[in-house]
Each structure stands twice: as structure tokens, then as C-alpha cells.
Design a protein around this ligand. Structure first.
Ligand SMILES: [Zn+2]
Ligand SMILES: [Zn+2]
Length: 188
């Protein structure tokens, strides 16, 4: 079979073994081409393991839907059919942007994206949890915000009431000059 070429124009890809799967990697840009189903095989094998610190670092960058503009503008040729490989958000919300062949030939992963996907797939329940925690935090913040606003509006009302009562006292005091006896009677 003809050797596949790097989508970034570096030249021919090298075939090597990774988790029992024959993958094609570019030795220059370290990008990887995986034929259809090879990514699933690698994800399911789970031979590779990573230090907790690495997992946490990767998960912190994961999550989020959509494809950033600069990723959408990239034009990469499929190593098999030459068609442009559209950028997609892996799994829809992993936040890892990969390039897949519309003719179902496979997927192009930039340097580091393969392990990122593996870490994400093995730990995505934790990404969900982080999101829930963040969401709860936002709710709590909103609640505190509401309480603060409530207190502020009460303070504002107290201030207004004080100013108003000062005016009333002022009014009464002025009137008292002339009609002392009557207003003394109504004093409160
Ligand atoms: Zn390359
Ligand atoms: Zn293709």
C-alpha cells in the first residue's frame, strides 16, 4: 500500500505500533493519522496510563462545544482521498478539535491530541462533575448576589425614610414657629 502523506505537507507518514494498533505518524509535526475504527480500538484498549497531574491538566482544557473559527478555516487533505478534512469537536463537547474525512477514511490528530482524547474518554465523568461544581458555584454566587441586592435596597429605603422624616421634622419645626401650641399637641 502507498504510504500516506502528512496533512501538513511534511512528507510521508511513518507506520508504527501504538496500543497494538498500526498508526501513521508524522515524525516532523508529530501529527497522527488513524484509519476508521483505529481511534475506537485505541480508546478501548486503555493500555496507556498517565500521571494524575497530567490527567488533571488535560481535563482542565477539555469540554465545550463548537469549533473555533481558526480551526474551521484550516484546510487539510485526507491522506487517502485528498478531500478536505472538516474540523469537528470530538464527541460534540470534548473541546478537542479533530479533522475527519467526510468519506469515512479516518481522522487526523495534531500532536498530543491522541492522548488528550484517550484521557478525556477515560475520565469524562470528571469533566461533567467539574462542570456541575462550576454551575453550582455560579448559582451560589447568584444567590449571594440576590441577598446583597436585597440588603442594599433595604438600606436604601432606610436612608430614604430617614431623609423623609428629617424633612417632616423640618416642616414641623418651621410650622411650630407660628403655630407652636397646636403642633406641640401633635408632637410624635
Ligand atoms: Zn507533519
Ligand atoms: Zn478521505
Amino acid at each position: 500500500m502507498r504510504r500516506k502523506n502528512c496533512v501538513n505537507g511534511c512528507g510521508a507518514l511513518d507506520e508504527l505500533q501504538y496500543e497494538g494498533v498500526a498508526i501513521d505518524q508524522c515524525q516532523q509535526c508529530k501529527g497522527i493519522w488513524l484509519d476508521t475504527s483505529e481511534l475506537t480500538e485505541i480508546i478501548q484498549t486503555k493500555k496507556q496510563s498517565w500521571p494524575e497531574a497530567t490527567i488533571e491538566k488535560v481535563l482542565a482544557t477539555c469540554g465545550g462545544s463548537g469549533v473555533p473559527e481558526k480551526e474551521r478555516r484550516r484546510s487539510l487533505p485526507c491522506p487517502l482521498c485528498g478531500d478536505n478534512l472538516p474540523a469537528v469537536n470530538y464527541q460534540g463537547n470534548s473541546g478537542v478539535i479533530v479533522n475527519t474525512c467526510a468519506n469515512n477514511h479516518g481522522v487526523w490528530l495534531d500532536a498530543g491530541e491522541l492522548s488528550k482524547i484517550q484521557i478525556y474518554m477515560e475520565n469524562r465523568h470528571r469533566v461533567g462533575k467539574t462542570f456541575t461544581d462550576k454551575h453550582q458555584q455560579l448559582l451560589n454566587d447568584a444567590e449571594i448576589g440576590d441577598k446583597l441586592r436585597h440588603t442594599e435596597s433595604r438600606l436604601e429605603r432606610v436612608k430614604e425614610w430617614r431623609q423623609a422624616s428629617r424633612k417632616v421634622s423640618g416642616y414641623r419645626d418651621t410650622r411650630r414657629d407660628g403655630f407652636g401650641s397646636i403642633f406641640d399637641f401633635f408632637d410624635f
